[in-house]
Every structure is written in structure tokens, then in C-alpha cells.
Design a binder for this molecule. Sequence first.
Ligand SMILES: [Zn+2]
Ligand SMILES: [Zn+2]
Length: 421
Amino acid sequence: MKAVVWNRITDVRVEEVPDAKILQQSDVVIKMTAATICGSDLHLYDGYVPSMTPGDIIGHEFMGEVVEVGPDVTKFKVGDRVIVPSVIACGQCWYCQHGRFSLCDNTNPNAKIAEAMYGYSGAAIFGYSHAFGGYAGGFAEYVRVPYADVGPILVPDSLTDEQALFVSDAFPTGWQAAYFADIKPGDVVAVWGAGAVGLFAIASAFMMGADDVIAIDRFSDRLDKARQLGARTINYEEINQQGVTIVSALKEMTAGRGPDRAIDAVGMEAHGTGFGANIDRVKQATRLAELDRPYVLRQAIQAVRKGGTVSISGVYAGLVDKMPLGAIVNKSLHLRGGQMHAQRYLKDLVKRVENGEIDPSFVVTHRLSLEDAPQAFETFKKKHGPNEHGEDCPCCRVVLKPHLKKIESKQGPGKPVEVNA
Ligand SMILES: [Zn+2]
Ligand SMILES: [Zn+2]
């Protein structure tokens, strides 16, 4: 079968690999019908996630049709159309029993790597490095899905693939960001980052009763989408040119009080790992950037009103410098973050899509073939590039579909980008 494999930094390739197959009795194998590149995939692409090896199949946001069913699986049969959550959870451990699926104790066979970094390991994630379990990802024609009775859910017939796909990861991540922000009816919510997760956080904040949402980004096409959801917007590049900071702009827009809730849907593309003696050991085995870049987090902590909540959904993997702990203590802030507990939200979110409360496909700007993945990664990273018609346009999300034809563009589709590494 064809699959997108990580080769090295900024080099992903479409290769012929052995077919996905049932390995445990509780597995299913699905034929992937749609997948999407996530911001977190760029951390793999840019080499900031430790423990990737050449040939690893990547991708954690995907859906498809069940083609093979393990003997212990009770919920699915061949032909079922399913959304597969990015997080792999066992359903049995203390964390799963308490709805904290992304903290599952049992699905990461390489827990020791994560334990060295964090003290304890969370759940495994599809296609997201050996530190996160080393499971083959969803950017492939076929995908093995373990713990099938716990993770995937059926897609209602009324939903298209593009409407259902984002329930696998980006929508519940945005939903949880809003949920962790503890939004109360009437709140003013500031959201940093108007990529797919930020946009879903904005939509979720409104669904949870927020009165006013302010989106912060520098890409006008993304801010347009935020406005279509009902948000007010700040283009921080524009205001910075006028000498205005985000913090002062937010104060101005909230009558001096500041937003009640702040959501960081950006994270950082650089991370350190581990504590104390672990740092050097992990450093040896990984490519680490020199600096973490928690700019957004610092701004959010500063801008949120006294007694407010800061919710972190952007990826932070390691250590950060200059954390304004003084502001957290002296403003009585609540700070919350986490990988998304997919299995806890999926049914509710599918129902909301089915009811027409939201159509997640509004984030899709590019529809490309699985074979276009190398080009798609470049497009997603640069935030613009050739769409399915070969036209260069702003990119919010790329959907990869195995059966589409490869695009033709001047940049040469499918060619891995060469770097001086
Ligand atoms: Zn994702
Ligand atoms: Zn578990």
C-alpha cells in the first residue's frame, strides 16, 4: 500500500510499504478515505519531535471505511464508515475510566521515553513518533486501528467525509480548549491563533455561551474565517506596525478589563524536553531547538483579566523561559492545558455537526491526493500553495484523499524539499 513516511527534516515521501493488518484481536483495519495535515504534523516535519525514525508512517487526523475486523471487536463490521480519534486509549485503565483518555496508562509501549520527559506517559497518538507509541499513522491507504471498540465512532450517512473528518482531532481539540477555559455565558474570550484548532475553539466558545470572542492572528484569510464565525479580530502585525501591542488592543476592546478567558491555540514550534539530568540524555537522541517560544502564552497571561482563565491547546512539549509566574499568582489566574480526550467528546460533537450547529468543512482550502503529501506539507507550512486546480491560494487545511489525481504545479508536485542538513 502507499503511505506517507517521514524521512528526515522537511522530507516526507510517499512510499510503498507493507499493508496494514490486524495485530491484536481488538484491532480493525480501515481503508482511509480522508485525512488532514495538522499543525502538530509540522512539528514532526520540522524535526522538533524526538524519536522519529526514517520510514515512520505519519498522520493522526483521518477517517475511513472498516475493511477488516479483529475477533474481539463488537462495535464494528466490514463496510462501516468511521472517524478515528487521534488519541489511542485502552478504555480500561483508571484514566480512561475517568474520561481522561489522552492520559491512558496502557497504550504507549514506549512509555519510558515520555516518563523521562514528563514523569509519566500519556496515551499513544497515531503517527506521532516513538515517544508517543510508534503506531503507524493515517496518511496511508490502509490503517490499523487498535482498541477499535474504544476509539472510532460511526459516521452518520448524512455527513460528508469533509464534515466528519475534523471530529477526529482538530474540532475536539478546539472544543476542549474552550471547555478548559471554563467559559460562562456572557464571557469575553480571546483566542490566539485562527488556524483550524483556533477556529474550532472560537466556534466552541460561542456554543458554550461566550458573548464576545476576539481572534488574534496575522493571516487575513484566517481572520476572515474567524469573523464569519462571529468573532472580532486583531491582526497583530498590523497593530504592531502602529506601535500597539496585543495586550493594549485587548484592553481597549474590553473597556479596560481584559478578556475573561484566554485560549492559546498556537503553541510553539520549538521545545526542550525533560528535567534535570534527563535533559542532556534526551538532547543526545534528538534535534532540539535552542529556545522555546512561549510568546503567546506570555501575552495570554498578561492580557487576561484578573481572576481569569488561560487554556492551552497549542503544543508545548518541554521547558519554557521567562514564564510570568508573578502574573499568575498576583492576578489569581487559572491555567489549564492538555492533550485532547477525544473519546469523551466525539459523540457529542458528531451530533452537533449532524444537527447543523457547525459544519467543520469550512476550514478546508485544499483537496489533494495522498501522493501530493510532500507538496501539501510545504503548502501547509507556508500557509499558501497550489490547490486541486493548481492555483496558488491561502491554506488553512489540506485534505488528503487517496483516490484523487496528483496536482500539477510549477513547483513540481510530490518532490521532497531538499535542505542543507
Ligand atoms: Zn492534530
Ligand atoms: Zn486507558
